[in-house]
Design a protein around this ligand. Structure first.
Ligand SMILES: [Zn+2]
Ligand SMILES: [Zn+2]
Length: 229
């Protein structure tokens, strides 16, 4: 692959008038994906997104998932997302995370960083991956999507998470509610405005577990930002 090949389809591309330049309001120094590939991803217009989770909507209103969340919990948490988690994004994530193709992170970095820079926060905390995944994948996919920002590794996956899930395996509804994280140092987040980063918001459970921990440790505000929703 040369510098002028699309990182997604590997076809040679003339990047001088790439759609990506028009699509992304930030200047990217290193264009990475051809028009054909870029078109397959769908940016979320924030004026037409759920204010709580960032899901694409017809107008700015709560989605049914968030209506349900709000009826179950009083957690003050809002997430925003860059892209729709469509089939192309699923394929991308598959290749990026499970095939361990780190190069792919370049495609969305600029867009992801632009959102992070707009947030009024004190700490940026990426969702961690467990030690086994780190060994097999070799990188944290969330960290891979960032560049030039100071990240605080305030969270880690509980070492006893498998055991904890095992012990509740016969109680299906409880299984998903096991807190998967612990704070490395709770003092880090006390009185801080925290932005949690994750790659994909699906049910919202993971990032909300992380947010709940931050609030327990005294964080003043917790928001989320994910690449896809
Ligand atoms: Zn391409
Ligand atoms: Zn929502």
């Amino acid at each position: 692959m040369t510098k002028n090949d699309c990182v997604l389809c590997h076809r040679p591309v003339n990047f001088s008038i790439g759609l990506i330049d028009l699509m992304l309001p930030v200047k990217i120094n290193e264009p990475t994906c051809c028009d054909r590939c870029c078109r397959r991803f769908e940016l979320i217009n924030q004026k037409q997104a759920c204010p709580d989770c960032g899901r694409k909507m017809k107008k700015r209103e709560l989605c049914h998932d968030c209506v349900k969340w709000n009826s179950q919990s009083s957690l003050d948490f809002k997430n925003s997302a860059c892209f729709v988690y469509n089939d192309e994004m699923k394929k991308f994530m598959q290749q990026y995370k499970f095939a361990g193709d780190y190069q792919l992170a370049k495609v969305f970095r600029a867009q992801f960083m632009k959102k992070i820079k707009k947030s009024k926060i004190d700490l940026i905390v990426p969702i961690p991956i467990d030690a086994d995944t780190m060994v097999t994948r070799g990188f944290n996919q969330v960290v891979g999507l960032t560049t030039g920002q100071h990240l605080t590794s305030a969270l880690e996956v509980r070492a006893d998470i498998h055991k904890a899930r095992q012990s509740s395996k016969n109680r299906r509804s409880r299984m998903e509610t096991v807190q998967p994280f612990r704070l490395v140092n709770p003092e880090l987040v006390a009185n801080k405005r925290v932005l949690i980063l994750d790659d994909v918001y699906t049910t919202g459970r993971t990032i909300r577990h992380a947010a709940a921990l931050m609030y327990e440790a005294g964080a003043s505000e917790v928001q989320g930002n994910t690449l896809a929703r």
